[in-house]
Design a binder for this molecule. Structure first.
Ligand code: GH3
Ligand code: MG
Ligand code: MG
Ligand code: MG
Length: 312
């Protein structure tokens, strides 16, 4: 069972598709009440280079989905405690899993029953005993598509940075890691100064170029283990790991100076743009919500102090 142990691993999984780094094996959840069959199907997939996790107790599936984050599910259709159809229905009720591919495995020969099972929300049906190469092909195609969807869903389409949902999720993970390791982390919230004026003066397309430029500065300057998200329209978040509040504030201030030096060109002339930022740290603040509130308060103060500055 290879659970993403830390945030950088999760980010690597998300990044795999966009940056084509070393491939992360597809993660397949195998649900079957018969341990022998679960193992047999797992071994076929493992030999094809995939990572699998076997579940023989259907009641643990929702929990395992959260932790194992599979790219697809192989689901036995008939299990004594709970049949695969009910389980698929349950999985589909969780918004995060609406797109998760499910393939039923069963010896059910009745086409009508097979079809009925798929209507509950599965992508396909394979009869036992499976033909190994068919199993591998089907699973690969579906897992690949899930990876693409997940990667698109995790990111903001303009800047390619992590979106609000992903950033919030990774903040929770980063906090859990810091807690376990007795480490520290900082959350910085950055907001462009008088950005409405930029749009009004130079137009939205130029405004979008400013957003892109800031995302580039953030990506260039921060470490690969840092998490950078577009939190809202013109608001960005950075989660910096293993760093003190002092050092994080200094680092964000360097970014502020870098960005202020970028010159933009538009039909209405040359201009530059600045951002203000608020920084808050764990363990001073112990939850995602508290960190967010504290960083927001600091950001508000930065705006009140005249903007183009960083407040811890
Ligand atoms: P402040 O310094 O107080 O933050 O002032 P502001 O003008 O930056 O703040 P305000 O919240 O009044 O305006 C934010 C603007 O950001 C308004 C909105 O049109 C713009 N904005 C949000 N998302 C986008 C986007 O995706 N593209 C562009 N071009 N503009 C955006
Ligand atoms: Mg069974
Ligand atoms: Mg704003
Ligand atoms: Mg603003």
């Amino acid at each position: 069972f290879h659970k993403p142990a830390n945030v950088s691993e999760l980010v690597a999984a998300l990044d795999e598709l966009t940056h084509q780094q070393q491939p992360v094996p597809y993660r397949i959840l195998v649900v079957d009440d018969e341990p022998g069959l679960a193992s047999y199907h797992s071994i076929i997939l493992q030999e094809a280079g995939m990572a699998t996790y076997q579940v023989t107790d259907p009641s643990s599936v929702l929990q395992v989905l959260q932790e194992f984050l599979p790219d697809m599910v192989l689901m036995d259709m008939y299990m004594p405690e709970c049949n695969g159809l009910d389980l698929a229905r349950l999985i589909r009720q969780v918004p995060e899993h609406v797109g998760l591919p499910i393939i039923y495995l069963s010896s059910e020969p009745d086409r009508k029953k097979q079809f009925g099972a798929m209507r509950v929300g599965a992508e396909g049906f394979m009869t036992k005993p499976v033909v190994p190469c068919e199993l591998v092909a089907t699973v690969t195609i579906l897992a690949e598509r899930m990876r693409i969807l997940r990667s698109l869903m995790a990111r903001d389409s303009l800047t390619g940075l992590l979106n609000h949902t992903t950033t919030t999720h990774l903040l929770q993970n980063a906090l859990a890691t810091a807690e376990r390791a007795g480490g520290s982390l900082c959350l910085a919230m950055m907001d462009l100064d008088r950005f409405k004026l930029v749009n009004d003066t130079h137009g939205h397309l130029v405004g979008d170029q400013v957003l892109l430029a800031l995302s580039r500065v953030l990506r260039q300057r921060l470490r690969s283990s840092d998490i950078i998200g577009r939190y809202g329209g013109e608001e960005f978040a950075a989660i910096l790991q293993d760093i003190t509040l002092d050092r994080a504030t200094h680092l964000i201030d360097e970014l502020r100076k870098d960005f202020a030096r970028v010159v933009f060109h538009s039909a209405s002339g040359e201009f530059s743009c600045t951002f203000s930022a608020g920084v808050a740290g764990y363990p001073a603040y112990t939850s995602g919500e508290l960190l967010r509130e504290a960083a927001d308060r600091a950001l508000y103060e930065a705006k009140r102090n005249g903007r183009n500055c960083v407040v811890p």
